[in-house]
Design a protein around this ligand. Structure first.
Ligand code: FAD
Length: 436
């Protein structure tokens, strides 16, 4: 762990949750001399062993926040392995053999598994995929000793009634902590969100998206043997009926990350990750083409991840309590932009908090952050759900021309955002606005 800058601001912050959001926020605030404590429910920081991809907007946000975060990303990131594919987000193919005619064609000249089109980043980009656990380890190195407290599961929050505006976090272990403000980075099952919106608000909790996923990692040697170099070493999406499968390289090209999606109407199980058997998983993709079948058969752990998201809420802050990252806008992963939105949140909020001179300025920071970040991050949530339907032939049907037209234009507003303009907009609101 690194050493801390000497704090200088006359307020101190509780960050609840030490995932990608909580850690990047902590690094950003510490560099502006803002004292803080991270309260993490788990006994230590940790991420799952899977890949996560960051688009150009996220990479730029990291660069603008801190050279340390950008360096952490660069040290772990992997791009498509062929230089001719460096600007490609995904190459799209039909994976589902039920789309094929009797000769195997999905459209004129193209068979199941053939490349249909590439979705390209419009500009040169340093986007890429990382192995989540490695990226988190790199971020943790930048958190000074003593800043994080573990085994601290937030239960509820209460304002202090002494006119200070301070807030108290109450933890499940019976302890509590008083701070000038609380930023909830506690993810999709956020307690901060539930407290802030009120339990009766239908947006307080995540709802099932109608999709679930299998996640897997395949050693690249094996992937190349099964699929050939081009498919294994560069990002792919295979579309189908009520499901799709995607792959991208991580760990400097040594591993192929896989996520396979499928649909079901309801999710009644209180657990969001459940085990199934390899046989049942294989059976779900039995009608798909050879690429998808080979990938599915090579996946070791047949866990099913139910995909939930947050319905849009009316605010990201109340008084001196604020939501950031998945706690504010948990999304399905179909735009591959959920974590990128978390990083953008950090950029805007930390820049505003750098401006704050007294504790009385914090609410104005939250207000400006809410105004700038809520529309964009919630648009991602709705758009991502729609994208899942597009890939699963539920939005444009299986009309591949319409699918292509939709897909090749739907990501621009996410990737091409002018973040410096967003910062200026937020600062203007901060300078001019009163808080609620
Ligand atoms: P989390 O990672 O959930 O972290 C929350 C932290 O808070 C955890 O450490 C948790 O232990 C802690 N916590 C929870 N409750 C409490 C409490 N009460 N008290 C104290 N601590 C608490 N995004 C992308 O940009 N690109 C992708 O390729 C991508 N792929 C995805 C694939 C899948 C299948 C899924 C489901 C999501 C994907 N996402 C992707 C989204 C991305 O994973 C999330 O947006 C991101 O990880 C959220 O980070 P976070 O720190 O906000 O929340």
């Amino acid at each position: 762990m690194s050493s801390t800058n000497s704090p200088s601001k006359p307020f101190d912050i509780a960050i609840v949750g030490g995932g990608i959001s909580g850690l990047t926020l902590a690094i950003a605030l510490l560099q502006h001399g803002i004292p803080l404590t991270i309260y993490e429910a788990a006994p230590h920081f940790g991420e799952i062993g899977a890949g996560v991809a960051f688009g150009p907007n996220a990479a730029l946000a990291m660069k603008l926040i801190s050279s340390k975060i950008h360096a952490a990303f660069n040290s772990c990131k992997t791009t498509n392995q062929w230089s001719s594919k460096h600007r490609t987000w995904f190459t799209v193919r039909v994976g589902d053999a039920r789309k094929a005619d009797k000769d195997g064609f999905v459209k004129e000249g193209t068979k199941v598994g053939d490349a249909l089109f590439d979705v390209e980043f419009g500009r040169d980009t340093d986007s890429g995929g990382v192995y989540r656990a490695h990226f988190l380890d790199e971020l943790v190195k930048e958190i000074p000793d003593g800043v994080a407290k573990f085994g601290k599961r937030l239960d509820t929050i209460s304002p202090v009634e002494d006119g200070s505006g301070d807030v108290v976090c109450h933890f499940a272990d019976g302890t509590s902590a008083r701070h000038s403000a609380v930023i909830g980075c506690d993810g999709i099952k956020s307690r901060t969100r539930e407290w802030l919106l009120g339990k009766e608000d239908p947006a307080a909790r995540a709802v099932f998206s109608g999709k679930y996923a299998y996640r897997g990692l395949i050693p690249m040697d094996k992937a190349v043997e099964m699929l050939g170099e081009e498919v294994a070493k560069n990002s792919q999406m295979f579309f189908g009926y009520h499901g799709h499968l995607l792959t991208f390289p991580i760990e400097k090209g040594n591993t192929m990350n896989v996520v396979a999606f499928n649909s079901c109407e309801h999710w009644d199980n209180p657990q969001w990750v459940i085990s199934t058997t390899k046989e049942e998983m294989n059976a779900e993709y039995a009608a798909w083409g050879p690429h998808v079948q080979k990938i599915i058969r090579a996946m070791q752990k047949p866990d099913i991840w139910a995909l939930f998201y947050h319905p849009p809420c009316s605010t990201y802050y109340k008084g001196r309590v604020c939501l950031l990252g998945d706690a504010a806008h948990a999304t399905t992963p179909h735009h591959g932009a959920g974590a990128g939105m978390c990083i953008e949140d950090v950029l805007i909020l930390s820049t505003l908090m750098k401006e704050a001179k007294s504790v009385g300025d914090l609410e104005r920071c939250f207000k400006a952050y809410d105004e700038v970040r809520r529309p964009r991050s919630q648009r991602n949530v709705t758009g991502s759900k729609e994208a899942g339907m597009l890939y699963d032939f539920e939005l444009e049907g299986d009309d591949l021309d319409r699918v292509e037209k939709n897909f090749t234009s739907r990501m621009r507003w996410i990737w091409d955002i002018d973040l410096e303009e967003e910062i200026e907009r937020a600062k203007k609101i901060y300078q001019g606005g009163s808080a609620k």
